[in-house]
Design a protein around this ligand. Structure first.
Ligand code: 5GP
Length: 175
């Protein structure tokens, strides 16, 4: 993409090490339970794929799709465009997000999943921007706290691009 500068923020190694620890924590909490890991599309797909391989117990996978962003700004309105494919009632659920920014999406999805009466719900986000939160948002497992800048890579996009970067980078406009 033209006129954009990418500044590396979190390296592949740092991500790998942290994801292994998050997976071990989930294993400790949910080993032997009926676990379903729910990824939030599209941004979490890479984190999701690495995280489930770091969880050492039987599990099944499901996905939800939401939209709330255009460009680098949240519209503030969360819409579900893909919903759970199977019931999560009575199951141990891990909700996997790429990033918590304003907190609206995570809070919305937590309420949505809780309405389906899981036995337990654990929320995980690779990234959290504490200075961007617009409402109280408690996330059980956070990979990295980052500054309030727009980031791409490792599944996160800017206008559909950069998801394939294996690391996280800050994006700035050099115009
Ligand atoms: P929230 O509802 O917390 O404001 O936003 C959550 C969603 O916004 C994330 O799932 C992600 O899709 C998108 N988002 C928030 N901040 C960023 C960012 O810095 N980079 C990218 N690529 N997406 C972001």
């Amino acid at each position: 993409m033209e006129n954009l500068r990418l500044s590396p923020l979190i390296s592949e190694d740092e991500i790998r090490n942290r994801v292994v620890k998050l997976g071990a924590t989930i294993t400790d909490k949910f080993k032997g339970k009926d676990v379903v890991v729910v990824g939030v599309l599209k941004g979490s797909f890479m984190f999701f794929a690495d995280l489930i391989r770091a969880i050492d117990t039987d599990l099944s996978c499901d996905f939800v799709g939401v939209s709330s962003y255009s460009g680098t700004q949240s519209s503030g309105e969360v819409k579900i465009n893909l919903d759970l494919s199977r019931s999560i009632k009575g199951r141990h659920v891990v909700l996997v997000e790429d990033i918590v920014d304003t907190g609206l999406t995570m809070n919305y999805l937590r309420r949505h999943l809780e309405n389906h009466k899981p036995q337990a719900l654990l929320t995980a986000s690779l990234l959290l921007k504490p200075d961007a939160l617009k409402e109280k948002c408690e996330v059980d497992l956070v990979g990295f706290k980052i500054p309030n800048d727009f980031v791409v890579g490792y599944g996160l996009d800017y206008q559909g691009y950069f998801r394939n970067l294996p690391y996280i980078a800050q994006v700035s406009n050099i115009n």
